[in-house]
Design a protein. Structure first.
Lengths: 108, 108
DNA sequence: TATCTAGGCATAGATAATCTAGGTCTTGGT
DNA sequence: ACCAAGACCTAGATTATCTATGCCTAGATA
């Protein structure tokens, strides 16, 4: 995953995480992740929108149309109760796996 | 990536890392990763062998047949100079991305 | 001796998630 | 009248993983 690419399998977790603050529209989700990560992470639109569709199907987010700060028609996503649970689960999986990886990288 | 699954994109790095000590055969690579990670990581053979093939093609490892400690015909893999460079590159990519992820998870 | 288990290599096919590269529409500024 | 940026979306290619399977051998055990 060179340059600004994502770690496959972690995008959903990041999206759910930034939605914990409150609803955001897609474009804003990508920007938020980019800024909060100090520009280390770059979410491509071709990854983001399909991911949001998957999460809608799973019931982890709900969407509704609205108007953005810049007066554009946008789709706001907000976390559901299931989404919150899913986020916790993904975080603990992620923590466990990265612990394992760190162990290998350090004491291999 | 539930239970013992891998984080996609990190297997190659882990394999190269454990080969830094010296040559190992495939089965032993999987075991080493499993043990060193405190059983957190489980490398499936169906992931490992294709990964080794890819790394052979890229020239990151070289393979030769030999006899294992348990007297079986095995294929020993050892790191090449290119493999060492690749490992450093993958580690720094990985570190950068996980820093970004941690930033989002904590200060989202 | 026959059989079983574990060690060990390998591949095919399904699945999933990403990226690239396009496309569309709108708003606000020049 | 035009253009850049905001915003949504999808198709297709690529890549990496997992599941399931097959094959072979050494050593232990019945």
């Amino acid at each position: 995953m060179a340059k600004n690419e994502m770690l496959p399998g972690t995008l959903g977790m990041l999206v759910l995480r930034v939605l914990q603050h409150g609803p955001l529209h897609g474009y804003a989700i990508a920007q938020r992740i980019h800024h909060v990560s100090n520009d280390l992470l770059q979410v491509e639109e071709g990854s983001l929108y399909p991911a949001l569709q998957r999460m809608l199907l799973k019931g982890w987010v709900k969407a509704e149309w609205g108007i953005s700060e810049t007066n554009r028609k946008v789709r706001f996503y907000r976390l559901t109760a299931d989404g919150r649970k899913q986020l916790q689960s993904e975080i603990s999986d992620y923590d466990r796996v990265t612990q394992g990886i760190q162990a290998v990288l350090s004491k291999a």
